[in-house]
Design a protein around this ligand. Sequence first.
Ligand code: MF3
Ligand code: CO
Ligand code: CO
Length: 271
Amino acid sequence: MARIESAVMAVELKTPKDIEYMRVAGRLASEVLDFITPHVQPGITTGELDRLCHDYMVNQQGTIPAPLNYTPPGYTPYPKSICTSVNHVVCHGVPGEKRLKNGDIVNLDITVIKDGYHGDTSRMFFLGPASIQARRLVELTYDCMWRGIRVIQPGKTLGDIGHAIQTHAERNGCTIVREFCGHGIGRKFHEDPQILHYGSPGIGMKLEEGMIFTVEPMINAGRPEIRQMADGWTIVTKDHSLSAQWEHTVLVTADGYEVLTLSAGSPPQPA
Ligand code: MF3
Ligand code: CO
Ligand code: CO
């Protein structure tokens, strides 16, 4: 979500009951990605992917697609049920008539609401054979997300997470989008804390058992600057370089972390 300057971070620690519900919502969000995976083929439009996911959520899962009509301050209502971000689109790509073709990369970002609780996760997909540069960016971004997640344990700081992501991206010649960040999540789609994907070790809020937030780095092959399109939602790289993103929702446990958005089709963790 968009990073905002805010003076105080009011972080809600989840109760055991909240956590049970968040496990369910998280798994369901990931299962929407499992469901849509075989449909992500050259020739399909992003609007068709949206419709398939919408119907699966509503009719098969009994979940609510959180993006539909979502209206953060300063935005117009989001018109679709998922985000589809193709090639140089960084995030919040709005599904429509765009037809996916060989060589494209696309991020599908799914957020469901089940029994009032949100699960938020995204994956990257290749359409046919991808260029070496695209493959490298997508794999690097996946590794960066996991490096950020693996830092998580009580006593570490938000800066520790950001630092792990930023250093790995930059030493591989890629750049971090700074205007968007991960976020606390629960009964609300977006809440404190903001999880920046860059930072310095030991800086920022300390992690505590019971926090739930997303880690969702957006990483560009070129320069880090972004631009918002006239639709008020779609974010693209200013230099039109490729951008990738992966996202998980994560719980801080007593001795580490638990990833809540895993399911049978989740790709394996990097070594
Ligand atoms: N799922 C996105 C995130 O990870 C938010 C999308 S907001 C929407 O925070 F309205 F575009 F869906
Ligand atoms: Co998110
Ligand atoms: Co998301």
